[in-house]
Design a protein around this ligand. Sequence first.
Ligand code: SF4
Length: 356
Amino acid sequence: MNMSDTGALLNKVGASSLPEPGDIERLLAVQGEDGIREIFVFADKVRKDFCGDGIILRGIIEFSSFCTRECFYCGLNKGNVVLKRYRMKKPELFEAVRFLAESNVKTVVLQSGDDANLDPSWMRDVISGIKSNFDIAVTLSIGERNAGDYRLWRQAGADRFLLKMETTDEALYSSMHPRMDFKRRLRCLYTLKDLGYQVGSGNIVGLPGQTLSSIARDIVFFRKMELDMIGIGPFIPHKDSRFADQSPGDPVLTLKTIALTRIANKLAHIPATTALGSLDKDYRLDGLKCGANVLMPNFTPSCYRRLYEIYPHKRCIDEPVGGCGICMDDAARSLGRFIDYSRGDSLKKKGVVTNV
Ligand code: SF4
């Protein structure tokens, strides 16, 4: 595709309320520096027009590494018996949240594996304790549960929920998620929406067997779901997973996926994920330059951080807790942008037209 074809296709996708997967696939296939730069510049302008120059912070606390699932791409899979598992106690979790709130971060993302032994009442008490003591939003990223648990936690004050599909290609999904059900996961997303959560999902780029067509359909799925948050990260093989010997995802393809996701999902919050920062180099700045508007500093206590190894060589593993603040400020300044210390709620809640 030459430059004018790329430009025409970008305009078409950008103007469409529901882009054609084929158009997105053609843009994902663009090679050559000039063409790729054109996609990134277009996405960056959409980000600026719809989200502004603020970079929103979401502080992550990885409070439990127990997981009952066997996802082929993940180091927390239950077959990984080498990994020492932990579940934080309430007081240490509250202490981590206190530190996060004092660092002026207005969202805590409570993340864990799909921990079947997680007591719903324990989780409810954690959420209500946070909401009554700190003026911050609570995002849960704790996997598939029944509607009753989701409702309980919403009623306790949880604001948002992240449940990544990882791929929306049902055959591909089934091939790497033994004993998991694609349709059940989808139903969870709809339930979360019905319960009034701000809902996030996302995908992994570079999964073995994934095609450009499959990624393009992921992006259209994100649009159809009108997601509030979309997390996109590269596949990074973990030595104690079924995909140990597979090649990592291509950073440029991951960045193109972020860019096209931004163009098709103008009001979604899109993080420059930690995974993006954990490849051969840190690509998070590149992510922020092609559509991303969120950074996710890690507030997991140092003693647990290394144990939460979804993928290896995770960025910022040795940073002091909260040490990310300076780094994030520097990153924002280097881009001529700024850290937005607000809660960063869904842009759709501000009464902005949603069908853009
Ligand atoms: S991706 Fe999530 S559900 Fe799957 S093994 Fe890892 S932590 Fe568990």
